[in-house]
Design a protein around this ligand. Sequence first.
Ligand code: SF4
Length: 312
Amino acid sequence: MGCNNLEGHFDHHFYEICDMFPSMHSMVPDTCFETNFRLIYKYIKRVKNFKDVDTFRRHAKPFGVKLDPFGIGNGKTATGSTYRPIEETCPTTCEFRDNGCLAQLYRVNAVQKRSSSNALRQAFTASAAALVSINLEKKYKDTLGIKGRKYKNRARMHVSGDFLKHGSIDIEYIIYLCFIGIVIQSIKDVEVVGFGYSHCGDDIKPYLHPLKMCGFHFRLSGDVSSVGAVTIPSFEYLPMIKASLKEEGIKAIGCPEQLYPEKDITCATCHLCYKTDNVDRLIIFQAHGNHLNYSMIQESSIIHLNKFGLFN
Ligand code: SF4
């Protein structure tokens, strides 16, 4: 399947991916299916220390790849970010789609419309977003005056969009993400490369563990479990919900950034969503945004939480 006659570190990482996805040669539609992995690898090596978006874009051109839009965060969010097009990559079953989804509003909507579902292009963009986050870590840390190892600047994956393509899980993209993850883990000596949320439910579940092993931590939106994330109408319900979930054996915690606004917590200082100590907890958010979203999230969350007898 093309895993022979390779040399150097590329070989090593490529074999890891071959082991992880033994039949990937049939999943990655390329006549010489190593080619794209080599391109991604060479690109990561070339841009591994860059901190500027334009430089990432310029260096992608010789590979024949045009990067999708991606962000570099700011002192508050302190994360790079990627976008996928909602139309092609989000499940039609998501109750927010075309119904008040925050990623279909304002600036994010304009950005997601300019993004693509091309797996290689998305892989290059994910590499750039992950690297720029890690490379800006020191700058943000200094700016915010944070000392110690607690601060982690990691890419927020899929501010818009999800893991689908033509209605099925985009396995080619997932395999590229895993490859990117292990290469960046190795080059940058980091455990976490990026984090995000998915509405793909059971379809994405088999891939969550491989992605996490490779540094990409994704939570299931609306899933009342230790790998999920749900939104509730108000944190006034939080103690009741946590107590009830505890009886079901599920540990839950409110997003500290929302819960303690006076403490200036960000994802970079909290990182509960991508904790690596194996103490996974359901993350609970409080609805925010405009009234349309508020009432819709309220309705959606109540449906999910009613499975556990809450809000009945
Ligand atoms: S729980 Fe922590 S990492 Fe997750 S969204 Fe809130 S601040 Fe960010």
